[in-house]
Every structure is written in structure tokens, then in C-alpha cells.
Design a protein around this ligand. Structure first.
Ligand SMILES: [Zn+2]
Length: 190
């Protein structure tokens, strides 16, 4: 972030103004309903009103999300946030830290071996062309134990969705059944 322009506009003036919308700035203290400029910003000579500053942060975040890659900080933060919201909704434990994810994320699904990719923007769930199956996802080994360090692994969404449908025994029975059936019928299932 460059402050050159900021300092020039507000240099020597007692009353600072927002460098984006020119509104006079009043410091907003934590917990107060008054003021329009965060104290931390003001102290750091980021002279922007909260509205303009929040808008800029939203744009920055959207850009980081568009360009995030598997395992980078933004990706891990987004995974954590998703987990936190699901934990709250389902009333299950949540004690994960970003480091816990960084420690265990791999380049490919440990079950299916497919390389992890992030969903492309504008592609909806299950729509043709969407590679949602290769997305990394947090699996709670024992669902009720929630999102805790010892209870999560990162697997492809495909593996995760299969696992969540049935018990390991049932999944194995389905696999065995279809492998046999396909073989009998001479179907190549790849
Ligand atoms: Zn402003």
C-alpha cells in the first residue's frame, strides 16, 4: 500500500479527510458507535473512512480468493472459516488453527491419489466441466468429534463424499459388487 498521496493530501492539516471520498475523519474507538475511521488505520496514517477502507479490503480479499492456490494462506484460511461455520451450525467442537492444516495438507488426495485443485470460479456444483471432485476438503474422521487437530484429514471432495454416504464395509461391498458385475459383463470401468 502506498501512502505518498495520503500524506500529501493530509499533511499539515489537523482535520484529516478520507483520501478516497474526502469525508472528514473522526476516530472510531472500539465499541463506540461514533467515529468513522478505525484508530489503527488513523495511527498508521491510513486516512480512509471505514466505509472506503472496508470496501478496499473486500476487493483485496476477492482478488486473493480468485488467485489462491492449494495450501496457500488464503486457501487455508477459507477452509478454516468453512469449518468454523459448519461447527457452529452443527454444534460440534472446533479448535483448529491454520497451522494444523498447514501441517497436514498434501498435493494430492491421500486416498485416491488425484492432484488437488481448487474449484474454478463461476462453475456451479456438479455442473459439467466443474472439477469439484478434486477439491481438497476437511474430513472429520469421527463426525461428532468435530474439527479438532487429531480428528481431521484433508482428502478430495470425491473421497469425502463417498465416505460420508456409508460405512467402510458398505462402501467395500458396493465396490466388490460392481467390480464383479462389470467384469462379468465385460464392461471397462477404468
Ligand atoms: Zn471514504
Amino acid at each position: 500500500m502506498k501512502h505518498t498521496k495520503v500524506r500529501k493530501i493530509n499533511s499539515g492539516n489537523e482535520q484529516k479527510i478520507c483520501t478516497v471520498c474526502s469525508i472528514p475523519l473522526e476516530i472510531k474507538e472500539v465499541g463506540s458507535s461514533k467515529g468513522n475511521c478505525y484508530r489503527t488505520n488513523y495511527n498508521n496514517q491510513i486516512y480512509q473512512c471505514n466505509t472506503c477502507n472496508n470496501k478496499k479490503k473486500r476487493i483485496c480479499l476477492a482478488n486473493r480468493r480468485k488467485t489462491k492456490t492449494v495450501g496457500d494462506s488464503q486457501h487455508l484460511r477459507d477452509m478454516l472459516e468453512g469449518a468454523r461455520q459448519r461447527a457452529k451450525k452443527n454444534n460440534i467442537p472446533y479448535t483448529l488453527k491454520i497451522k494444523d492444516l498447514r501441517d497436514i495438507i498434501t498435493e494430492s488426495c491421500p486416498i485416491l491419489g488425484i492432484k488437488f485443485e481448487l474449484n474454478k470460479k463461476n462453475l456451479k456444483w456438479n455442473k459439467k466441466g466443474n472439477d469439484w471432485r478434486t477439491s481438497p476438503s476437511l474430513d472429520r474422521i469421527v463426525p461428532d468429534k468435530g474439527y479438532t487437530k487429531d480428528n481431521i484429514i484433508i482428502v478430495s471432495l470425491m473421497a469425502n463424499s463417498i465416505k460420508n454416504q456409508a460405512t467402510p464395509d458398505q462402501i467395500q461391498k458396493v465396490a466388490t459388487f460392481y467390480k464383479k458385475l462389470y467384469k462379468e459383463k465385460g464392461i471397462n470401468y477404468g
